[in-house]
Design a protein. Structure first.
Length: 150
């Protein structure tokens, strides 16, 4: 049973995963799998809302670092929003406050992601399936081949 509650939502077009409760070592595998699923479904960038997270241990920080690395390799990011004082102190004590993009609110994190996406036209976009059609040249060549063979 997880001591951390996760909710996936959106803010102004940006995916947000809200963490609530306390993260400890027993929660790390479940937290990792839920975050991986959220990034896979909504990524490559996902905001992690820490407003309701009361505490995080090193295993929770390790999960966030691994997910951040994966999102960055995919052309995205994993910004942290609104860490409360106990979580903020841990981020500062470990030096991770300078590794992650940390924002005072989800709104500011969403604005920053939107600006980064607008600034970088080469940033990967979510892929959408397109209908597959035969090129016109192939159809014409097929008809010509049929005509030539008669």
């Amino acid at each position: 049973m997880l001591n951390v509650d996760l909710r996936i939502g959106a803010f102004d077009g940006q995916a947000v995963v809200a963490l609530c409760g306390e993260s400890n070592r027993a929660d790390a595998p479940g937290l990792a799998s839920h975050l991986i699923a959220a990034v896979a479904a909504c990524g490559p960038s996902v905001i992690v809302d820490l407003t309701g997270l009361e505490n995080i241990d090193y295993s929770g920080l390790s999960v966030l670092l691994r997910i951040r690395k994966w999102t960055r390799q995919s052309g995205g990011d994993l910004p942290l929003a609104a860490p409360q004082q106990p979580v903020r102190r841990i981020l500062e004590a470990t030096g991770l406050i300078d590794v992650f993009s940390v924002y005072p609110s989800v709104e500011e994190a969403a604005n920053s992601l939107r600006q980064a996406q607008a600034w970088s036209p080469a940033a990967p976009q979510r892929l959408r399936a397109a209908p597959v059609t035969r090129p016109a040249a192939v159809r014409v060549a097929g008809r010509l081949a049929g005509v030539a063979g008669t």
